[in-house]
Write a protein that binds this ligand. Structure first.
Ligand SMILES: NC(=O)c1ccc[n+]([C@@H]2O[C@H](COP(=O)([O-])OP(=O)(O)OC[C@H]3O[C@@H](n4cnc5c(N)ncnc54)[C@H](OP(=O)(O)O)[C@@H]3O)[C@@H](O)[C@H]2O)c1
Length: 322
């Protein structure tokens, strides 16, 4: 082994030790077996699959959505597939009093998963302001309602095990996507909420996770695809699409490991490194990857941006010619 090679290894080892000493918050494990996992938007799509997998792992699960009939169907589906009964509650996340009542009736929560969400692709000048407010209200204010309703009991829990608050963002919450002005704004907002909240609740052993799925095969996406602007699909396709069970599995594993950022595929990992910023990082190994890869990933990101802007130019040129 040459001296240069040995020096390089020594530098890496010292750097890893340094990162192990400085990363914050400290690593944590969030057990879910026999614990109360409360999932909003749990009647369909990603939320339903999260509920099924959490129930199969022995968690006591409550799902919340508005439509009681679909909640009943979801409960039935989970019973048939796992043999376990979940608790259902109907409420609109935009209604704080209803959310408070639902949370109180469900009992103390160990893992709060704010998964509910609506999406619509529309350029801002064609997007009705009422619909823009609707997206912000459900995706962002609805999440504040949940946190405000659940936090007091989570802080005052008698069981002192670590607990978790989880926000379902999107890759459109890591990078702005054409047509997702309102949706991206609501999901970027969740990041600000998550980063600040993590600092506020760390003293209570409460740990925040932020999940970033790509396009995922759900009833919500199927509806959205009927109306989605073609250029939105072209850009979103850069990160591929995933099945709902894969996304739920990655999300649940990330929550149990207490990861702050939870990405679901390789492109998500690249985005996570590219957008690490000043976000909390528990893993010194991941911090090492972030530092080493930052420059290269920025170059990759610039290549993606070039391709997206080229597609946008072509798309507008074609529209003019039609
Ligand atoms: N699917 C994707 O491609 C994708 C990609 C990235 C991120 N995400 C995010 O993942 C989450 C779940 O998406 P999904 O595709 O699984 O959605 P989905 O299939 O449309 O299901 C949405 C769930 O949220 C509930 N919900 C909607 N508005 C609500 C409200 N005001 N109050 C209470 N519950 C409400 C729905 O039930 P009710 O209508 O009965 O209330 C349903 O249970 C969302 O936050 C979404 O932004 C999805």
């Amino acid at each position: 082994m040459s001296d240069t090679y040995l020096s390089l290894v020594a530098i890496c080892v010292f750097f890893l030790i340094f990162l192990k000493l400085i990363v914050r918050p400290h690593p944590v494990k969030i057990p879910i077996k026999s614990r109360h996992v409360f999932i909003t938007g749990g009647s369909k799509g990603i939320g339903l699959e999260l509920a099924r997998q959490a129930a199969a792992e022995g968690a006591r699960v409550t799902i919340l959505a508005r439509n009681l009939k679909i909640l009943e169907e979801a409960k039935n589906y989970i019973r048939v597939s796992t043999g376990i009964d979940v608790n259902i509650v109907s409420a609109d996340v935009c209604d704080f009093e209803a959310v408070k009542e639902a949370v109180e009736s469900a009992g103390p929560i160990d893992v709060l998963i704010c998964n509910h969400g609506i999406f619509a692709s529309q350029e801002v000048d064609n997007h009705d302001i009422k619909d823009i407010k609707g997206i912000i209200d459900v995706n962002l204010i609805g999440t504040f309602n949940l946190v405000k309703a659940a936090l007091p009991a989570m802080k005052n829990r008698s069981d002192r095990k670590p607990v978790s608050i989880v926000f379902m963002s999107s890759q459109a919450g890591q990078v702005g996507i054409y047509g997702y002005t309102a949706y991206s704004a609501s999901k970027f907002g969740l990041r600000g909420l998550a980063e600040a909240l993590q600092q506020e609740v760390i003293a209570h052993d409460i740990h925040v996770s932020l999940i970033f799925p790509p396009d995922t095969d759900t009833p919500g996406l199927a509806e959205e695809l009927k109306r989605r602007i073609p250029i939105t699909s072209i850009i979103a396709a850069s990160s591929g699409a995933m099945q709902v069970d894969e996304v739920a599995k990655k999300a649940l594993n990330g929550i149990k490991c207490g990861s702050f950022f939870v990405c679901c595929n390789f492109e998500g990992l690249m985005l996570r490194i590219a957008t690490a910023g000043v976000s909390p990082q528990r893993s010194y190994l991941m911090a090492f990857v972030e530092v080493i890869c930052a420059g290269v990933i920025r170059v990759v990101a610039l290549c993606y941006l070039r391709s997206w802007y080229n597609s946008i130019e072509k798309w507008h040129a074609n529209k003019k010619n039609v």
